[in-house]
Design a protein around this ligand. Structure first.
Ligand SMILES: [Zn+2]
Ligand SMILES: [Zn+2]
Length: 274
């Protein structure tokens, strides 16, 4: 059975089809390194190294900049972790003392008889947001519905880099923003608002975009940005529980049932929990 003729269950909305790998667009390019001076930084900073270094060694290396805790999602087995300093001034001091090479920041020191290069990547708070100056004259309330929710964002991608990728792949981007933790550090998801509905539909239809750079490869997921909306069928007063990825309308379960079978719905309630 082809996905085009997939029947819609009476109670459960159809799940979005997994796009065929060959249809997923690829963006290939380089992310320009960010080295800004006197810009607000997150208290959280990325630390990466080429082989496993005990945390005690890292403590020694970075304690001179101030008090910090660390976040290690790999439980000591990976090649990176995050330091969260008590003061952003500590991060500024680190940036100031680091060696600048190939557009990156490094600390060199001897460990176990070998020279170790530790890369540090600060996060500039301004990189959480992007606003296209050419689209600013457009009423924001009109573009709000051209928004997609994006996930699996690599830590090196700023909001303006995301905007560049989505603009070159799908169409003009009005705004992009990245969700962050309490330290203004990105948590890997966010949203992109297009200047027009057509570009937004294109992005939702593709469902993801592959980003390929010399430093990393990543598939960014794209979902419709659903919100609380009433059912779009005239004279129906129910709450929209299904968002149709084809016609971009909200439906209650009753009204979605007779909807053309080739349309693909997204369960609004499960999306809102994110
Ligand atoms: Zn539809
Ligand atoms: Zn309805």
């Amino acid at each position: 059975m082809s996905s085009a003729s997939k029947p819609v269950e009476s109670e459960t909305p159809a799940q979005p089809d997994v796009p065929n790998k060959s249809t997923i667009p690829t963006w290939q390019g380089e992310i320009k390194p960010r080295l800004l001076t006197n810009q607000e930084v997150s208290r959280r900073i990325f630390i990466g190294w080429s082989r496993t270094v005990p945390h005690s060694i890292l403590m020694e290396a970075f304690a001179r900049f101030g008090r910090y805790s660390y976040i290690d999602n790999n439980k000591g087995n990976g090649n990176h972790c995050y330091l969260v300093f008590e003061s952003p001034d500590s991060v500024q001091a680190m940036i100031h003392c680091a060696h600048k090479r190939k557009g990156g920041l490094y600390f060199d020191f001897f460990y176990d008889g070998k020279l170790e290069h530790i890369q540090v990547i600060p996060w500039y708070c301004q990189d959480l947001y992007y606003s296209n100056p050419k689209v600013q004259s457009v009423d924001r309330s009109k573009t709000a519905f051209n928004t997609v929710f994006i996930g699996a964002i690599h830590a090196l991608l700023t909001a303006s880099a995301i905007a560049e990728i989505f603009e070159e792949t799908f169409g003009t981007v009005a705004y992009a923003d990245l969700r962050c933790d309490g330290n203004s550090y990105p948590i890997g998801c966010g949203s992109v608002t297009f200047a027009d509905t057509e570009s937004c539909r294109k992005a939702v239809a593709m469902g993801s975009v592959d980003v390929v750079t010399s430093k990393f490869g990543r598939r960014i997921t794209i979902d419709p940005f659903v919100r609380a909306c009433p059912c779009s069928v005239p004279n129906c007063s129910q709450l929209g529980k299904v968002f149709c990825k084809d016609c971009f309308n909200y439906f209650c379960l009753g009204c979605f049932q007779p909807h053309p079978l080739y349309h693909v719905g997204v369960d609004v309630l499960s999306f809102r929990k994110r």
